[in-house]
Write a protein that binds this ligand. Sequence first.
Ligand SMILES: C[S@@+](CC[C@H](N)C(=O)[O-])C[C@H]1O[C@@H](n2cnc3c(N)ncnc32)[C@H](O)[C@@H]1O
Length: 237
Amino acid sequence: MHWQSQWHPSGIPQLRRCTSNTRRPRVGFEEESRLANTDRDWNGRYLAGDLPWDSGLASRELQRVIEAQRIAPCRALELGCGSGTNAVELARRGFDVTGVDCAPQALKIAREKAAAAGVNVRWIEADVQNFGAGQPPFDFVFDRGCYHCCRRVDFAGYQATLRNVTRPGTLMLCLAGNVDDQSDSHIPKVSADDLQREFGPLFDFILRRPFHFQDAGGVEGPLGWSVLMVRRSSNTI
Ligand SMILES: C[S@@+](CC[C@H](N)C(=O)[O-])C[C@H]1O[C@@H](n2cnc3c(N)ncnc32)[C@H](O)[C@@H]1O
């Protein structure tokens, strides 16, 4: 399937830092990023180096999908970009990339990776459950391991963000834990029904297949879902 014709990068995005919406009191950016409502101390984990998800390797599945679906460089957003390996990989491939994460230490590492790779990425410290209102939508959205955490905390907020950051035709690739995973990993897990119920109102599924995350050293990690979706013109929410 060829998708390039749908996406032509439309100039430099004019992203502003995350602004508050009606669900939360209006606060400045620095305060708002501290309000990220999460199920764990993400920044503390980056400071402690307690990062079982962070293989340091660009996601094989992301690269496979980009190549198999011939996704051409475009304006891309990574939700929960962590230490930036995949955002840097997208930038290296010519995408115009914005990476969002709530953990300042993750973004510090990400900035260093981008500098070392000689690529530009727009890094934004913000809560992905309260992001993107009033900003131009993206052409491609990537999420590896953030959705499956946020859905347990504030899925309505995450879904509102998806509405903000996409437009009809936007592609989204989501890599999430799979309920059929038998490993002893503590990865959050979702079922095919969860994916349909939570993404179905906004997106049509292009492919949904089980895959394995990669752990450090390229070792096979937990079973996940790889879901490529396209935002439809009308939605049911
Ligand atoms: C499992 S890690 C995955 C990180 C990265 N995508 C990767 O593959 O290495 C989940 C990431 O989502 C971020 N995160 C979790 N909840 C968030 C929120 N509400 N807003 C922004 N980032 C969040 C965490 O800081 C963490 O970097």
